[in-house]
Design a protein around this ligand. Structure first.
Ligand SMILES: [Zn+2]
Length: 118
């Protein structure tokens, strides 16, 4: 998975009023975002993407859910997004390698190698 492939996967997912309209986090999370998107498509068909970004070192994934979304679907989608946000705190935002589980904090969550190479 690279950014071009991810952007292509998400191309038809963006809301009519996206906050930015492109993925605003490091490429180390591309796989994580692609898996999240695939699961959400299954859980809530027709969901729309509003914003994807990094905040306090973790993924933020904002969505619009279509009319007809049941409370159960909403809960499942939210749980899946929460899971991805937790996973991002254990995944280097630069290269995708595992990191020590991080606490939310300013700046990117990066593995020791990426931190040393910076
Ligand atoms: Zn890294």
């Amino acid at each position: 998975m690279d950014r071009t492939t991810l952007e292509a996967q998400l191309r038809d997912r963006w809301s009519e009023q996206p906050v930015w309209g492109e993925v605003e986090c490091g490429e180390g999370w591309d796989d994580l975002v692609a898996r999240l998107d695939r699961d959400l498509c299954r859980l809530v068909p027709g969901y729309r993407l509003v914003q994807v970004k990094q905040k306090f070192g973790g993924l933020r994934y904002y969505v619009d859910l279509p009319e007809g979304t049941t409370p159960e679907m909403l809960a499942e989608a939210q749980a899946r997004i929460d899971e991805a946000e937790r996973e991002s705190l254990r995944t280097c935002e630069d290269c995708g390698a595992p990191t020590e589980p991080g606490m939310p904090r300013p700046g990117r969550n990066r593995c020791a190698r990426c931190t040393a190479g910076a």
